[in-house]
Design a protein around this ligand. Structure first.
Ligand SMILES: Cc1ncc(COP(=O)(O)O)c(C=O)c1O
Length: 397
């Protein structure tokens, strides 16, 4: 080991600790559920997970994964085009496409890979990408990889700025508008009807990363596109299988047959990285099927969001407004957000504090994420913790 380099790493880590922004990993010893056992804190209510529909520990999803393990073994031991494509990949991809109303879809080991595989594949010299400034890091990095394209950022959800930026890249082809469906740190929705209209005006295509919208938004959980009644009008949808759809891992890109075929031919994470493990594909398929058979889960999620939001407001909190299952409470400094989440954990509630550089300086937050399977009793217990911690920290009266 290079001693100077080691000393630098230690110095950087000590600086994070001194600033109160050092992240400590918590170790969970039970399945991801509304309540889990944590080595460091005992039994806690989880308000920090992307397990929006509670499918991560749904018996049908678990059993499907076990059957997949027995049938297909541990993994593909290959990338897709060499010998890593199993029939279950095709079944899952057809099901995702049917679920989202697109012609086809393609899975990846993560949505990170889906996003970083998409933009450099479809945007070459002469093209342009116009991206919301608050897009997820995987979109940002994907756009960076499209280094030959013109790249513009528009102010968050500012449609006038988007219009201007699109006008500024006129003549480029293709012009791609990239946006989250649900913004992960704000919990707000992209203004998709306006974005689709502007795309038509400027001859652009629309890419929506709906990782926090799939399974959450729309009456049947088909996402932000369903929420707005725009099925069939968004060119490309990317998403994750690691949140509402079973929570294991995996991501996908959904769009036209030609787009998916192009990604199979040229998308680098497809060409140079192993396929989604078959067992994960099996549980993800079971998760999609479960959601299709149980749309009432989505209603329960929406009811829980409304209940918890109202409870927080009654206590005097002012969460950011929004329609998704993400309820952020802005508290200011990063160290304060971390301290608040530690105090909540002492009271049996696991909710993460986020600060710079994940969100801009001064807008650190505690981000609550709802779960369809949380009971009223659990939510009331969590609200009681928010009441006492909020008072102790002087956030609420
Ligand atoms: C909007 C968005 N896109 C992509 C990802 C990455 O998903 P995955 O965990 O499948 O890589 C996330 C995860 O946090 C996300 O919030």
């Amino acid at each position: 080991m290079n001693a100077r380099f080691e000393a630098k790493l230690h110095g950087d880590l000590e600086a994070l600790k001194a600033a109160g922004t050092y992240k400590r990993l918590r170790h969970i010893t039970t399945p991801m559920a509304p309540e889990v056992h944590m080595e460091e804190a005992g039994d806690v209510i989880v308000l920090s997970s992307n397990n929006y529909l509670g499918l991560a520990d749904e018996p049908e999803v678990i059993e499907a994964g076990k059957r997949g393990l027995d049938r297909y073994g541990a993994g593909t031991a290959s990338v897709r085009f060499i010998c890593g494509t199993f029939d279950i990949h095709r079944t899952l991809e057809n099901r995702i496409a049917a679920f989202l109303g697109t012609e086809a879809s393609l899975t990846y080991v993560s949505c990170w890979n889906a996003n970083t595989g998409l933009f450099p594949t479809i945007c070459d010299e002469g093209s342009a990408i116009v991206s919301d400034e608050l897009n997820h890091a995987s979109i940002i990095d994907g756009v960076r990889l499209a280094s030959k394209a013109r790249r513009e950022r528009f102010r968050h959800s500012d449609m006038r700025d988007l219009d201007e930026k699109l006008a500024s890249v006129a003549g480029a082809f293709p012009i791609v508008i990239a946006t989250d469906g649900v913004f992960s740190m704000e919990g707000d929705l992209a203004k998709l009807p306006d974005i689709v209209a502007l795309a038509k005006k400027h001859g652009a295509i629309v890419v929506v990363d709906d990782s926090h919208g799939t399974g959450v938004m729309g009456r049947t959980g088909r996402g932000t596109v369903e929420h707005y009644g725009l099925t069939g009008q968004v060119d490309v949808i990317t998403g994750t299988l690691g949140k509402a759809l079973g929570g294991a891992a995996g991501g996908f890109t959904a769009g036209s047959l030609a787009l998916i075929d192009t990604l199979i031919q040229r998308s680098r994470p497809q060409l140079f990285s192993n396929a989604l493990p078959a067992t994960v594909a099996c549980s993800a398929l079971a998760a999609v099927e479960y959601l299709e058979a149980h749309p009432e889960l989505v209603r329960r999620l929406h009811d829980n969001v409304a209940y918890f939001r109202a409870g927080l407001k009654r206590l005097g909190y002012k969460p950011l407004e929004g329609e998704s299952a993400i309820v952020p409470i802005i508290v200011g400094e990063t160290a304060f957000a971390i301290k608040m989440s530690e105090k909540l954990l002492e009271r049996g509630v696991f909710v993460t504090g986020f600060g710079y550089p994940v969100v801009p300086e001064g807008t650190a937050r505690v981000r609550v994420q709802m779960n369809a399977k949380l009971t009223r009793e659990e939510m009331d217990r969590a609200l009681a913790a928010f009441a006492s911690v909020g008072k102790a920290l002087g956030l609420v009266g």
